[in-house]
Design a protein around this ligand. Structure first.
Ligand SMILES: NC(=O)c1ccc[n+]([C@@H]2O[C@H](COP(=O)([O-])OP(=O)(O)OC[C@H]3O[C@@H](n4cnc5c(N)ncnc54)[C@H](OP(=O)(O)O)[C@@H]3O)[C@@H](O)[C@H]2O)c1
Length: 287
């Protein structure tokens, strides 16, 4: 079997690549990369690297030829129309290359009433796959736990989480666990190719006071919960360039749309996902 990963140099893509290399022969794995200079280390390790561009059907068709499973990790653009164009191009290339099996990596923000900026994309993509004639499975990630680690020093200073989600709980998954599930799904044909939809979550959703309590225990500093308004949240993170988009995401959280818990991680991997407490304990190192 030959496996190709798109977005292979990204945060998630690198981890999926490594998980896959732990399961199958390196010769059967190909990293499809957008910026070749970011993949020099992969070439040095003897990993197959091909050029890929979601805006170029010909390049992708060449990259996907003769592959058995394509793991598609989208770009991170917040421009909905561009992301849809990238996906339309990618589907066309997969059809031209007659890719036998596709794993689409998605996000659990696809409900009809979801106000997250990217929810139109996450609602559209599985329907596009369903009409494509391709064999596929969808893996929806919950919120990544990983960005919470570099956020801890700020939270210690604030002495509180400020997400504008009120009493609602949200569920998370680590990048490592997401990658583990995606790689396992790739090598288990009995679990894919039938339009299955998996949602990767930890075993418990957390309210913000519960998350703050875990963070307090791990860091030794009190981190409570003092939510700001959605508008304030957008303003506080405006300088980082995605304040509005993040605020729209937590508006979905405030509607309870991220309070989803499934056993899909266990179904795919046969193991339990790492808990938030264990993950933060393992990852947090006080300065
Ligand atoms: N669940 C969550 O909480 C959460 C959080 C953040 C992101 N996400 C989503 O998860 C996915 C992966 O996130 P990530 O953090 O791994 O993102 P990332 O590090 O930005 O990786 C995205 C990858 O896509 C590649 N790419 C960008 N434009 C491309 C194009 N035109 N053609 C081909 N490849 C292209 C990038 O390559 P270059 O760098 O070379 O352009 C990169 O390798 C994204 O879709 C993102 O929206 C989810």
């Amino acid at each position: 079997m030959k496996y190709l990963i798109t977005g292979a140099t990204g945060h998630l893509g690198q981890k999926v690549l490594n998980q896959l290399l732990a399961l199958v022969d390196a010769q059967s794995v190909t990293a499809a990369v957008h910026t070749p200079s970011k993949a020099a280390h992969l070439t040095e390790q003897g990993i197959n690297v091909v050029a890929s561009d979601y805006l170029n059907v010909d390049i992708m068709t060449k990259a996907f030829a003769d592959q058995d499973v394509v793991i598609y990790i989208p770009s991170k653009t917040y421009n909905v129309l561009q992301r849809i164009t990238e996906f339309e191009n990618s589907i066309k290339a997969m059809q031209l290359a007659q890719v036998p099996s596709v794993i689409f990596v998605s996000f659990y923000a696809d409900q009809e009433n979801n106000p997250f900026t990217m929810s139109p994309y996450y609602a559209y993509a599985p329907r596009k796959l369903a009409t494509s004639g391709l064999n596929y499975a969808v893996v929806k990630n919950s919120l990544y736990a990983d960005p919470l680690v570099p956020y801890l020093p700020e939270l210690i200073e604030r002495q509180a989480l400020i997400y504008p989600v009120g009493d609602q709980a949200m569920n998370f998954i680590t990048l490592a666990d997401s990658a583990k599930a995606i790689a396992n799904l790739a090598v288990k044909p009995e679990l894919r190719d039938q339009g299955q939809v998996y949602t990767l979550t930890q075993t418990h959703s957390l309210t913000m006071p519960e998350l703050g309590q875990i963070m307090s225990t791990v860091t030794g500093h009190h981190i409570g919960y003092a939510p700001v308004s959605n508008q304030e949240f957008a303003q506080i993170y405006a300088e980082e360039g995605d304040g509005d988009e993040l605020a729209s995401m937590y508006a979905a959280g405030a509607l309870g749309l991220f309070d989803q818990t499934t056993t899909d991680f266990e179904t795919i991997t046969g193991t339990q996902p790492e808990s938030m407490a264990d993950f933060l304990k393992r990852s947090y190192h006080a300065e």
